[in-house]
Write a protein that binds this ligand. Structure first.
Ligand SMILES: NC(=O)c1ccc[n+]([C@@H]2O[C@H](COP(=O)([O-])OP(=O)(O)OC[C@H]3O[C@@H](n4cnc5c(N)ncnc54)[C@H](O)[C@@H]3O)[C@@H](O)[C@H]2O)c1
Length: 340
């Protein structure tokens, strides 16, 4: 059995080689190049393909794979929005993804954003760089005793809720359209999003971005929040209206925001602009220059454990597919493409 692997980043090489050494019955080859109509030629003579990339998958590349007799494709991430599902269906592809790879990676990152905001770390960092080691007036706030509102309590939100409640001693409340039975005994659920917005001091988003949830946090939602609330978004950028957030920060209604995702992050994240001023996006610049906003460039997932799990899960799934086994993680390409 032969699997060709596209788009291998430096941090993926070690786990990929380890996987190959543990699966001597599978012969692999790989490239750092992403899958394009040109690089697709590399996969000639292979049985299946594993890939990851931020750029869209072209119809020409998929047609070439199809012409080489390849019909199984495993991506090493959740997101399948880089595919036109019509192309996959036209060429009879079976597509798999990695829906869960390390919820803790994202939940921990969200908790760090809360901590860094409340202890005013960006301001302390600036003072430190200038040799100013005075405490005042940069006084912090404790998470303990604050009400943390968790929107979406699936794989990631449930871990975040536990970190906040049992790690920091926050009062956690949660809203979910389909509450998680594993959390029911904590008695944290409120009945509506409005209730959560009205009660929480810190609001953290952990839902997918369904079309009806686009800009779930807009001016109207912000108007319902407590004065001086904090917003954390490590889920999907489109859940928060950046302009409404900017207005909320300007008015003081929002005390701070921790953002790993932004509604217009495409074309910004994963690029090196040399300076914030060079970023061609006014809303991004506005947010990035504030001391009470922390932006991380969609790095919440980016841990050694998560990358290892993404490589292993995708390769295991591809191997199972090629072995004719019924496997998990098959993407329903009749549905909408998943994002992230
Ligand atoms: N920043 C990153 O690096 C990163 C990495 C992985 C995942 N994510 C994102 O994190 C989010 C959560 O991922 P997950 O694996 O926990 O998903 P999940 O499917 O396990 O959980 C999502 C939860 O949200 C609930 N939900 C859906 N719509 C809702 C709504 N309108 N209001 C309230 N609850 C709602 C669901 O019922 C479910 O319990 C997703 O948006 C995902 O794309 C971000």
């Amino acid at each position: 059995m032969k699997i060709y692997v596209f788009g291998v980043r430096g941090d993926e090489e070690a786990p990929l080689k380890k996987w190959a050494s543990e699966n001597p019955d599978v012969s692999i080859d790989y490239t750092t190049d992403i899958l394009t109509s040109e690089t697709a030629d590399n996969a000639k003579g292979f049985d299946g393909v594993c890939s990851v990339q931020r750029e869209p998958y072209s119809r020409e590349a998929l047609k070439k794979l199809h012409d080489f007799g390849i019909s199984k494709l495993s991506v090493r991430n959740v997101g399948t929005d880089g595919f036109d599902y019509k192309d996959l269906n036209d060429f009879s592809f079976t597509l798999t993804n990695v829906p869960v790879y390390s919820p803790n990676a994202i939940a921990e990152h969200a908790s760090f954003l809360v901590g860094r905001l409340l202890r005013r770390v960006p301001e302390f960092d600036k003072k430190f760089e200038n040799g100013n080691f005075k405490w005042a007036p940069t006084i912090g706030t404790e998470i303990s005793g604050k009400t943390v509102g968790v929107i979406g309590t699936g794989h990631i939100g449930s871990v975040f809720a536990r970190i906040m409640q049992f790690g920091y001693g926050a009062k956690v409340i949660a809203y979910d359209i389909d509450p998680n039975p594993a959390l029911e005994n904590l008695g944290i659920y409120v009945d509506s999003l409005d209730e959560l917005l009205e009660q929480a001091d810190i609001i953290s988003l952990h839902t997918p971005l369904e079309p009806q949830d686009y800009h779930m946090i807009d001016a109207d939602a912000i108007s319902k929040m407590k004065q001086g609330s904090y917003i954390i978004n490590c889920a999907r950028g489109g859940l928060v209206d950046s302009q409404a957030l900017i207005d909320g920060l300007d008015s003081g209604k929002i005390a701070g925001a921790g953002l790993d995702v932004l509604d217009n992050e495409n074309g910004i994240f994963q690029k090196d602009f040399g300076s914030i001023d060079a970023v061609p996006n006014e809303k991004f610049k506005n947010l990035a220059k504030r001391d009470n906003v922390i932006i991380t460039p969609h790095t919440a997932f980016y841990t050694k454990k998560a990358v290892h799990n993404m490589v292993y899960e995708a390769m295991d799934t591809q191997k199972a597919l090629l072995s004719g086994e019924i496997t998990k993680n098959i993407v329903d390409t009749k549905e909408f493409a998943k994002t992230v």
